[in-house]
Design a protein around this ligand. Structure first.
Ligand code: CP
Length: 331
């Protein structure tokens, strides 16, 4: 029997580095807190809970959603946001300042005025090199959020993804998933299966060309947890059997050249054919950005597609909830 008491604090608290930090018990508590935050926010009860707190964004890779939605979430709670974009060219890094020293300096600035060590601010980092957010924790005196590290992980995206599934189906255990596209280089498809694997009776299909298959270490972790998964190159063969299709784009910035229109590689585009094969209540997710060839316009406008609706709503409210848990954790 698991006698562990549920608390707001995840493994590695207060940093948010990857899926490994979150247990099933913690995730279930998180889902409850997300709904509670939604209610309180709608009643105008959250506007100032992060007053005088600060978020620094350090993004050395492009971002539309994560940077903007972290900003909206923090501002919804009354925090201030400082945006350091392209630090290699637009901060003193161009004068030779090491990244780690920048973290040391900025975190000290955020920590100023802290009473009894309570966090006054948090730093969210997006970087092309895997492990950069983890490295930053060694130099920071405030919490670090991994907002995407190379081909590594994207935990805030993973949290919004599992929350979207929980909200739509009312459960995660017992569901089946197809993760499609460039599974080697996409970080969202590294975090998501690890989070899903915490739940019971999950089945996963990984749909990609063999050379862009899910990395071995993730498959090994799934095997170690007795999670059922299979690999395929044809979305048509998988679509009838899953509750969720999670599409991803080709990561050209990481050297991937997958052309989803090249039928000699397999079938990876979500189109009318795939839509017609899906279960009636199945959904289509995408972390975005979406590029031509991921889905057709008809699919974007279908009932099944939730990437322009539910996933975006979940993105804001999960980030708000996470911020509150970082700054004011309950035991
Ligand atoms: N999903 C996601 O990370 O989007 P951005 O790259 O726009 O932040």
């Amino acid at each position: 029997m698991n006698m562990k008491i549920a608390t707001d604090k995840w493994d590695g608290y207060p940093h948010v580095l990857g899926a490994g930090a979150f247990s099933k018990r913690w995730l279930q508590r998180f889902f409850g807190k997300v709904e509670d935050m939604e209610q309180r926010f709608r009643k105008g009860m959250c506007d100032n809970i992060l007053r005088n707190k600060k978020l620094i964004l350090i993004f050395s890779e492009p971002s539309t959603r994560t940077s903007t939605f972290l900003t909206i979430a923090a501002q919804n709670l009354g925090a201030n946001v400082i945006d350091i974009r392209d630090p290699e060219n637009l901060s003193s890094m161009i004068k030779g300042e090491p990244f780690t020293e920048m973290i040391q300096v900025l975190s000290r600035g955020l920590h100023y005025g802290s009473v009894n060590g309570a966090p006054q601010g948090v730093i969210a980092i997006r970087h092309k090199k895997e492990g950069t957010a983890r490295l930053a924790t060694q130099f920071s005196c405030v919490p670090i959020i991994n907002a995407g590290d190379g081909k590594g992980e994207h935990p805030t995206q993973g949290l919004l993804d599992v929350c979207t599934i929980q909200r739509i189906f009312g459960k995660i255990s017992g569901l089946s998933f197809a993760l499609a596209g460039d599974l080697l280089n996409g970080r969202t498809v590294h975090t998501l299966p690890l989070l899903l694997s915490k739940f019971d009776d999950i089945k996963m299909f990984f749909v990609s060309p063999p050379e862009l298959a899910m990395p071995k270490d993730i498959k090994e972790e799934l095997r170690a947890r007795d999670v059922q998964f299979a690999e395929s190159t044809d979305l048509r063969e998988v679509a009838p059997h899953v509750d969720v299709i999670y599409q991803t784009r080709t990561q050209r910035e990481r050297g991937s050249e997958l052309d989803k229109n090249d039928r000699s590689l397999g079938y990876f585009i979500i189109d009318r054919t795939v839509l017609d094969l899906m279960k009636q209540d199945a959904i289509i997710m995408h972390p975005l950005p979406k590029v031509p060839g991921d889905t057709t316009l008809e699919v974007d406008q279908s009932r099944a597609a939730v990437y322009f609706t539910d996933q975006l709503d979940a993105s804001i409210i999960t980030k708000m909830t996470l911020f509150e848990m970082m700054f004011f954790p309950e035991e």
